[in-house]
Write a protein that binds this ligand. Structure first.
Ligand SMILES: [Zn+2]
Length: 557
């Protein structure tokens, strides 16, 4: 009974460690009802701790880790223990995507997707094909294009789309969700074709005779998007469900789900109650659904609602990021101010009073500085755990302030390797020193949580991990101004998606490492991300995804 003794010993320790949480395991241990233990073993198991770095097996009961043990002896009772053989694969604390959009990930599987489109010519021909199924006048909506690397060297225009669709309105969202291209029929219906002026936080690109050219940015997109028939509740439900299935199949156990609207809360809850929401969710709601974050309504054992998302600016690619100095490739603009200087602190005070965690989108150096200034001015500190989403471009003198003030930088490594193709043009070489500067942020004491921003990016834990440690594109190339010294060690990168993501969700006592007392969320890949050659990281395959002790996805099932 050597092994069982070890298990019970660690179990007893677990019960002490987690005083105040419901360790049903401890209760079960006190009477004679048979235990229901699941033991994961037969592979390398990284704990995410410094000591021990690895363990040989992990014992789980009722969704929690009740112990980690040395190699198993033969002495276990078959009716009490389910053995899960890792088959030589490598287990990690569950990978959490600290910034993604669940409904968008599902919708990407369901709607007209322009992902992977390699030129304007291809975009136009895909639109032409798609229109064959549309009735006259019916709106065609698609998304996912990005002009990086296109031979035409520009964004698509209304004129490109008019050539194949003079009558049906066509609206195509850029992959970042911060810009769209519309044809003339859509621009006219939205009443922005030849009417000037830009709303706060938006821009309509205009050409000859001040006519709209098709590119519409940030807040100016609303009248255009109103032409798209809203998704039905059934379609939204389907999108949430499919998004979660896709995610666990890639090895994610959790997501910090950004920009959730109020309709999403009951949908996610009911999916979870029906056993159709395998992913652990930490939701950040739109500003007009802040009551859900305040009251923490619609929560379940795997869904938490306590954050709200705000936007200070737009995105770098569409020149919506708010910069201190003008864009290097467009000196007439410094970006788009979505939230003005005076409203930001007012919203901060409201959130602080209501106990709502803020997740504030800031890309440009001025947007980031405004958050730091307001946070400092209001005297806030690390206890609030407010997050800067993206923290993409920082003035060098602002980098240390993030950690000093105790703000969390929620960053997306794949953005760097995608954006660094156009960032040198937008920003110039000097400003790149503070761009995607995750290593400098960590070294100066900031907590950096890692995410993907899917569906803007693919949403793969392996791509994000690779981008964080390699800081090269997927073909292994990098360029001038990419700052290879900002690459992370493997251990640091693992923390981005495990313990740091847990901290950013107030869940470091429950998640982020494999140790007794914590929830049993595990990611299993077929190889060792901490030791394989850099290029091989991208060849790894997910093997198994475990959320709260349950195998929610397994390769080959
Ligand atoms: Zn996002």
């Amino acid at each position: 009974m050597k092994w069982f003794a070890a298990a019970f010993l660690t179990l007893a320790l677990a019960a002490c460690d987690t005083a105040g949480t419901e360790t049903e395991a401890a209760a079960a241990g006190q009477d004679d009802t048979p235990r229901q233990l699941t033991v994961f073993s037969g592979g390398t198991i990284y704990t995410g701790l410094d000591d021990p770095k690895t363990v040989d097996s992990v014992i789980v009961e009722n969704g929690r880790i009740v112990g980690t043990a040395p190699p198993l002896s033969e002495d276990w009772s078959e009716d009490e223990v389910t053995l899960v053989d890792l088959g030589g694969a490598v287990m990690y604390p569950g990978f959490t995507d600290a910034h993604a959009h669940l409904i968008g990930i599902g919708q990407r599987e369901l709607i007209f997707s322009l992902e992977g489109t390699a030129s304007i010519a291809e975009l136009v021909s895909r639109v032409e094909t798609e229109l064959k199924d549309k009735a006259p006048g019916e709106v065609l909506f698609g998304s996912g294009w990005i002009e990086t690397g296109w031979p035409e060297g520009r964004m698509p225009s209304a004129a490109d789309l008019d050539a194949v669709s003079p009558d049906n309105p066509v609206i195509l969202m850029r992959a970042d969700g911060h810009a769209l291209v519309a044809n003339t029929a859509a621009l006219k219906l939205a009443d922005i074709y030849d009417i000037g002026g830009n709303p706060q936080g938006g821009r309509v690109e205009r050409g000859e005779g001040m006519k709209a050219t098709g590119i519409v940015i940030d807040n100016s997109m609303y009248p255009v998007l109103q032409l798209v028939p809203p998704a039905t509740e059934e379609q939204e439900r389907e999108a949430y469900k499919i998004g979660a299935q896709v995610y666990v199949s890639r090895g994610w156990t959790g997501m910090h789900n950004m920009n959730v609207d109020r309709y999403g809360a009951p949908i996610m809850k009911s999916l979870d109650e029906e056993g159709l929401m395998p992913l652990r969710l930490y939701n950040a709601y739109d500003e007009n659904a802040d009551d859900i974050a305040r009251e923490r309504s619609y929560e379940t054992d795997t869904i938490r609602n306590r954050a709200m998302k705000l936007f200070v600016d737009g995105a770098l690619g569409s020149r919506g990021a708010l910069l201190i100095e003008p864009y290097s490739d467009r000196p007439d603009t410094s970006g788009v101010e979505i939230l003005d200087l005076y409203t930001l602190p007012v919203l901060m005070q409201k959130a602080e009073k209501e106990g709502v965690q803020l997740a504030i989108h800031a890309i440009g150096d001025l947007a980031n500085r405004r958050i730091l200034d307001a946070y400092e001015e209001l005297g806030y500190g690390p206890d609030l755990r407010w997050r800067i989403e993206h923290a993409q471009v920082l003035a060098s003198e602002d980098i240390a302030r993030v950690g000093e003030l105790g703000l969390i930088a929620s960053m997306q490594p794949s953005h760097a390797i995608g954006d660094l193709k156009f960032a040198p043009a937008r920003l110039g070489m000097d400003r790149l020193g503070g761009a995607y500067a995750w290593k400098s942020l960590i070294d100066s004491g900031a907590i950096v949580a890692g995410g993907s921003d899917a569906p803007v990016e693919v949403g793969s834990p392996l791509i994000e991990f690779y981008a964080a440690v390699a800081r090269k594109d997927l073909e292994g190339n990098s360029g001038e101004g990419w700052h290879p010294e900002e690459a992370l060690s493997r251990e640091e990168a693992l923390k981005l998606f495990t313990s740091n993501a847990a901290y950013a969700a107030f869940m470091e006592d429950e998640l982020g490492t494999i140790e007794a007392g914590k929830l049993a969320d595990f990611t299993v890949f077929d190889r060792d991300l901490l030791t394989v050659p850099e290029a091989e990281i991208l060849d790894a395959q997910p093997v198994m995804t475990v959320v709260q002790g349950e195998i929610v996805w397994r390769a080959g099932d």
